[in-house]
Design a protein around this ligand. Sequence first.
Ligand code: ATP
Ligand code: MG
Length: 391
Amino acid sequence: MTYLAKLGELTLKGSNLHEFERLLVKNTKDCLKDKDVQVTLHAGRMYIDCKEEDFEIVEFTLNHLLGITGWAKTRVCEREIESIKQAVLEEAKIQAEKGCKTFKIEARRSFKQFPLNSYEICCETAGVVEDLMKVDVHNPDCIITVEVRERAFVYCDSQTGCRGLPVGCSGKGLLLLSGGLDSPVAGYRMLRRGMKIECCYFHSYPYTSEEAQKKVEDLAQKLAYYGISTYLNIIPFTDVQMVIKEKAPEAWSTLMLRVCMMKVANMMAHRVHASCIITGESLGQVASQTIENMSVTEHFAEYPLLRPLCGLDKEEIIQTANFIDTYETSILPYEDCCVLFSPKHPILRGKVSDAEEIYKNMQVDELITESYKNRVIKKFNFDGTVEQISE
Ligand code: ATP
Ligand code: MG
């Protein structure tokens, strides 16, 4: 069997096309390393030839691969009408066994020298199916597709792909990943634009539990299925939080926490050569996410601060969280920040000048550097393995 994947947006990208295609093939091979598969590319289609034992992993790969609009498992046959009819018949038998009563043939012929045109291919092949199912061009139970290209392909059940651009074509971003709903979705949004992401999680043990960290690790693994691999940097942040509690005005504590996170994020981004910082903030979602407060956080970021969810509402975010299978993990009860540190009346419209003053008074720079240095790094791979990295 051969899997056929349709390339998405890539086909629009003029001179960069080859680079994108090369990356897509490389990413696919990386996902399927150690497997006995052949990945090839031809005229806007990618083909994966594999053995039956690898069907499952190949389909998992295609369901997570960014840069394809759809895929199908196909029968490949000679570019010759008798072989095509035979393949259509075999496919039709399977569909009839599944309970399909009506069918339609869709034929495409990009190999123009083929003696029959699309309409004629439909007529010829429909003939062999009619003993098994009835034709219904308006509302068929199954559509059997025939594509005559460099080879001939016959398939049913084409699946939609994730679309987007192949990961790695848009540089690297540093994602601030909490255990909540939003940040994993923000990460996925950027992955989908071709950006490789590295993650950073601020952990305030024992105020935030080990379960909270485990949740973030599970989310990082889910992102690794789309990003092929991802690093998670776990930053011990208890000491910094204690200083914020002690020295910042209570109303400012959440905002100051974000500011301190930004300070570490700057160091991290520099260290891993990320060109931007990504958060899951969405305008107006919570008190810390007013435009004024977002400007305060932004002021302390030394890299472009991307907020891909900025204009989305919760429903839209949840939809994507369900799609990427992070929803169930994200809604587990373990909080990523402790109520002990959450002000009753948080400041709604922080001023940058006040923030600078408060930050200076906290004298927390050294502790921040310390927390950055004490980070624990884990690498999550596409195959589900995790590596502890030491620097
Ligand atoms: P999320 O659902 O992603 O947790 P949220 O709606 O809870 O977001 P906030 O708690 O205000 O919003 O956090 C805003 C953003 O700051 C998060 O989306 C995330 O990018 C970052 N962030 C917050 N807490 C942490 C943390 N403990 N570690 C890493 N990043 C964090
Ligand atoms: Mg949160």
